[in-house]
Design a binder for this molecule. Structure first.
Ligand code: GLY
Length: 572
């Protein structure tokens, strides 16, 4: 792998290569402009992920002739090894894929699922009070993982290479180890108490202590699990036999109620993504059980009725915040669509949006009840990557084990770190989850049900080209993707580095406050929003880790950018 091809966040790593690329691109553009249209012109590929080694694994697969789906499998499994606190085989996610040859596209719902033995009562004591931390720690917090089935589905639907190739980098990194970076160290520091509590969790430490940058993390059990998956396939290796049994034993040993059948019966589901237009852009995003695509549809549906400037401009920001408030207020009615939820009809949604629009004033916050003082957490949890290949196939995948290091439980002898996704269910209308999200009965706990998510893997197509994007960060995923989408759609020039770097604001209706990234906004800016009635509060830390790739329809050039808040890498 030629590492000097990489660009990280806003920084170029090797200027001579950039000049070479610049000159080659200029010559290419000059020649290609003589040849319009360009039926045979090779488009560029691009990958952006939250870890350089995962991006490199994906690039290697494209070099070997794999397509975007093959690269996505490689990136996802490598992230499970090198960014274990965000996602992995013990978690789930949503994978949006598009095949250019027939323009088929689908969302693979690989969301974790409540085990058949779970009941709401598992999370309440005899007095009916919620048991502290029961949805985030211990066996009851763990839902049946979906990522292995989701990756199997992705390979079947649009992949072309065998798992022996797509998993090779991840296996090597798990077996030989990799040097941890400062992000890993900081996150272990935050979560050390949880990790010390289980034998599996200890393996992320250095002999019981928080490791130093450069510590080589080896995960031989995970390497063995991945090798078994290469031999037997994701489905039979992971959801039956000794790996599945080890997961059941670990979860139940910690108070869970899993059965082998819960694993055997797990299915990734093909779902039609949410597709809609905003101004001249066609947007494809996550369907239920993620609320992300619907929230994006609602927020943009409100904003379509207004003249907008740059989303960082205070007047436009006021409208964006209003749109977010309405979108998040409506989230309470959402949940797993396979559990009796009335279908969400775009026409009905539009009628409702028109009603909202009437209430939105450019001058003043609209009256929506609810106040709360407690802070919103989230910003690092979860991971996202975006891939586009030279044929125009693309994948946007947002993957998670929920909170950092999930439940902290590791299936004995498997290296599989398990999620605490049960926290994304709504225990009761007055009880918020870790992201301060409240919900309704549609998202109540039930056996075999999938908890509502905010993950928002998204494609945007317009006359400029196609953008593939997404982000981690719990409820803040939705505002990040909305701000990035507005930045793309409302600018003629595509500047992904600005898109991933620009400061962020967030509102989720409840708690009722507008959160700003620290150092991102001036006191004048804040005053303008306060004058319109917003309750403004600076967050403690920046949030998010947006990963975006773009392929131009004019000249087939690609761009990619990885959020400078993280330590990811964009390649094109
Ligand atoms: N676990 C965070 C989400 O799915 O939104």
């Amino acid at each position: 792998m030629n590492v000097i091809q990489y660009r990280t966040g806003a920084f170029y790593l090797n200027t001579s290569l950039i000049w070479f690329r610049f000159l080659s691109c200029s010559i290419f553009l000059a020649v290609s402009s003589l040849l319009i249209p360009h039926p045979l012109m090779a488009a560029q590929s691009a990958i952006a992920s939250a870890h350089p080694l995962a991006t490199a694994a994906g690039e290697r697969i494209l070099d070997q002739g794999g397509n975007a789906c093959d690269a996505a499998v490689a990136v996802a499994v490598t992230l499970a090894v090198v960014e274990p606190f965000s996602s992995g085989l013990g978690g789930g996610g949503f994978l949006l894929w598009h095949r250019s040859s027939d323009r088929q596209q689908m969302m693979i719902d690989a969301r974790e699922t409540a085990p058949s033995g779970i009941r709401p009562q598992h999370f309440f004591d005899v007095d009916g009070s919620p048991i502290k931390d029961a949805t985030v720690r211990g066996g009851a917090a763990v839902a049946i993982p979906g990522l292995p089935a989701g990756l199997a589905r992705l390979s079947e639907r649009c992949g072309s290479l065998p798992l022996g190739k797509t998993l090779a980098s991840a296996i090597q990194l798990a077996r030989d180890g990799f040097a941890v970076d400062s992000r890993y160290v900081n996150i272990v520091e935050m979560r050390q108490a949880r990790l010390r509590q289980s034998e599996g969790g200890q393996r992320f430490l250095d002999r019981g202590q928080v490791p130093k940058v450069g510590f080589v993390l080896r995960q031989p059990d995970l390497a063995n699990t991945l090798e078994r998956i290469v031999e037997d396939g994701f489905k039979s290796a992971f959801y039956s036999g000794p790996i599945a049994q080890a997961l059941v034993n670990t979860v139940n040993g910690a108070g869970g109620v899993w059965t082998m059948n819960d694993l055997v019966n797990y299915q990734a589901i093909d779902r039609e993504p949410i597709v809609f237009t905003y101004r001249n852009a066609r947007i494809t995003s996550a369907a239920l059980p993620s609320a992300g695509g619907i929230a994006l549809f609602q927020a943009l549906g409100v904003l379509e009725h207004f003249e907008l400037g740059d989303a960082q401009n205070p007047q436009t920001a006021h409208l964006v915040v209003e749109a977010l408030r309405y979108a998040f207020r409506d989230r309470w009615r959402l949940g797993d669509p396979d559990f009796g939820l009335p279908p969400i009809s775009k026409d009905l949604e539009k009628i409702k949006l028109n009603q909202y629009v009437k209430n939105v004033s450019p001058d003043r916050v609209s009256a929506l009840e609810s106040l709360d003082e407690s802070p919103i957490s989230g910003g690092d949890h979860t991971t996202h990557f975006s891939v586009i290949d030279s044929a125009g196939n693309r994948v946007a995948a947002t993957l998670t084990i929920n909170l950092l290091f999930g439940s902290g439980l590791v299936g004995q002898g498997t290296g599989v770190l398990l999620n605490n996704e049960m926290d994304d269910f709504t225990l009761r209308g007055d009880i918020a989850n870790s992201f301060k999200l409240k919900g309704g009965v549609a998202n109540g706990v039930a056996p075999g049900k999938r908890p509502l998510s905010s993950m928002t893997p998204t494609f945007i197509e317009d006359e400029k080209g196609v953008l593939v994007l997404g982000a981690p960060g719990g409820s803040r995923i939705i505002s990040q993707v909305l701000l990035a989408s507005l930045n793309y759609i409302h600018n003629n020039e595509v500047d992904l580095r600005r898109m991933v770097s620009m400061p962020r604001y967030h509102h989720q209706f409840w708690p009722d406050r507008l959160e700003l990234e620290p150092n991102g906004y001036s006191s004048e800016w804040v005053k303008k929003l306060e004058d319109k009635g917003h309750r403004v509060q600076f967050g403690v830390r920046p949030w998010g880790n947006l990963q975006a790739v773009f392929q131009s329809s004019k000249n087939a050039n690609a761009q990619a950018a990885s959020d400078p808040r993280g330590s990811g890498l964009a390649w094109y």
